[in-house]
Design a binder for this molecule. Structure first.
Ligand SMILES: *Cc1c(COP(=O)(O)O)cnc(C)c1O
Length: 458
């Protein structure tokens, strides 16, 4: 135990960076339901899965027994360029809130892509390269995943084709240019390069595109080109596995000062950063009965955990990825335009869904304007300009710290600060101009999408 005052930033050395990812499923008493093949609707085999994903990634996706996967040196070396990431003690925020709580945040925005997504992008690119593929295709909405994947592909010399939803392509020219700087081929979607794109353009000339359409174009392109695969940046078990680097580093940093978290909070879109952050803490809770609250924070505009259904559903609109049992709003659910684009996903990781179902994790939803209030407050107090997605976790961390103020408890609160908001200034502008809306879907809207869940649900 270290008796010094806890520093503003707890750093780990390169040597202390975790050497293996942690597969929480190995320690879960109730495992997530098996993935189903979209063709047969039966539990998917490794062989079938390998048609969609690289072999090693397919193995990681299915494996629920191996607790630790060594991180290959090539990936660790890349991680070393921006990791270990700092765990920050939010002294200034505590002071401003006048709370007895101790607040810590793990900052993942410290790389050019600006978010945690690079942790999995580099792993996926590595396995693609190792298998001798020529390139990968993907979609990007808000742009973070496309940027991270572009960086990862350029590092390993892989081709990267990104279909970017047309409205983002126009609204976020700087994200687009970052991707092109890293050599990616960025196409506004819908495009006339794919059959599905042409069809949509014919039906809806002048459309600004949608994530579903961009996914379909990316999938079609991968299937038509030799040596290409389609890759995804969230939701999948393999992505959560890679993101456990976040939680393992957090735990190692806290352990240095013998700090035990009482509450761990993260924003949840598809669940990858949250799943990665909480994995070692939930593992401890399951194995040793440690008393730690885990809180998932989702936008009120896309509330899969808090208002969705626990059922089998498609992960992608193109229906090529395996089906997962998860909390979902239905793959046909189209959330209102939101400024936290990274959280507009209809479903939730099957691992997180099972933890929530078993009472090992809580969930709450927050409204857009209160999120931006928290974001701005945080930026002014702690200096870092947060991504709107990350600000969901900030909002709830502040709420919990204020509760401590009332009860006088000095709880340890840890949250994930997943990224920076430099490319989201249009959203901040809307907030400052007072023209931001708080759309919350009606029960009727959610029911319409849920009624279209695949029939296999009994
Ligand atoms: C994509 C993204 C998220 C949400 O994705 P998860 O898979 O739920 O982690 C959160 N924060 C940032 C900054 C993102 O880019």
């Amino acid at each position: 135990m270290n008796n010094e005052k806890i520093p503003y930033k707890i750093y780990l050395s390169e040597q202390e960076m975790p050497k293996a990812w942690y597969n929480l499923r190995a320690d879960m008493k109730v495992k997530p339901a098996p993935l189903l093949s979209p063709k047969t609707l039966k539990p998917i085999t490794l062989e079938e899965l390998s048609e969609v994903f690289c072999e090693e990634l397919a193995k990681q996706e299915i494996d629920e027994n191996t607790a630790y996967f060594p991180i290959p040196d090539e990936i660790r070396n890349f991680y070393k360029m921006y990791r270990p990431s700092p765990l920050v003690r939010a002294y200034c925020l505590e002071e401003k809130l006048q709370t007895p709580a101790h607040i810590y945040y793990k900052f993942e925005g410290n790389n050019t892509s600006g978010s945690h997504k690079l942790n999995s992008a580099i792993a996926q690119a590595y396995y693609a390269k190792k298998q001798g593929l020529k390139g990968v295709t993907t979609e990007t909405g808000a742009g973070q995943w496309g940027t991270a994947l572009s960086m990862a592909c350029s590092y390993f010399g892989l081709d990267c084709k990104v279909y970017m939803v047309k409205c983002s392509y126009k609204q976020k020219p700087f994200r687009r240019e970052v991707m092109r700087t890293y050599g990616a081929n960025v196409t506004p979607s819908p495009s006339d390069q794919t059959e599905i794109g042409k069809k949509i353009l014919q039906e809806f000339p002048g459309t600004n595109g949608s994530l579903g359409c961009a996914i379909s174009e990316a999938v079609e392109t991968a299937s038509k080109l030799d040596g290409y695969r389609y890759v995804l940046g969230s939701v999948l078990n393999q992505v959560l596995l890679h993101q456990t680097i976040i939680g393992l580093e957090t735990k190692a940093a806290l352990d240095k000062y013998d700090i035990k978290p009482d509450i761990v909070i993260g924003c949840a879109g598809g669940g990858s950063n949250l799943g990665g952050l909480i994995a070692p803490f939930v593992g401890d809770k399951i194995k040793n009965g440690t008393d730690v609250r885990i809180i998932a924070v989702e936008p009120a505009s896309c509330p899969s955990l808090t208002r969705g259904k626990y059922a089998y559903d498609y992960c992608d609109t193109g229906n090529v990825c395996p089906l997962q049992k998860m909390y979902t709003l239905g793959s046909g659910f189209i959330p209102a335009a939101s400024h936290a684009g990274g959280l507009r996903y209809h479903g939730m990781s099957s691992i997180l869904s099972q933890l929530y179902h078993d009472g090992l994790m809580e969930a709450t939803s927050v409204k857009q304007t209160e999120v931006f209030e928290a974001a701005e407050f945080f930026a002014r107090v702690e200096g870092t300009l947060p991504a709107p997605e990350s600000a969901h976790a900030i909002k709830v961390a502040i709420d919990e710290a204020l509760k401590c103020k009332q009860t006088g408890e000095s709880k340890n609160i840890v949250f994930g600060l997943t990224g920076t908001g430099y490319f989201d200034m249009m959203s901040y502008q809307k907030f400052h101009d007072g023209v931001m809306s708080d759309y919350i879907p009606t029960d009727e809207e959610i029911k319409i999408a849920l009624d279209k869940l695949p029939d296999i649900n009994v």
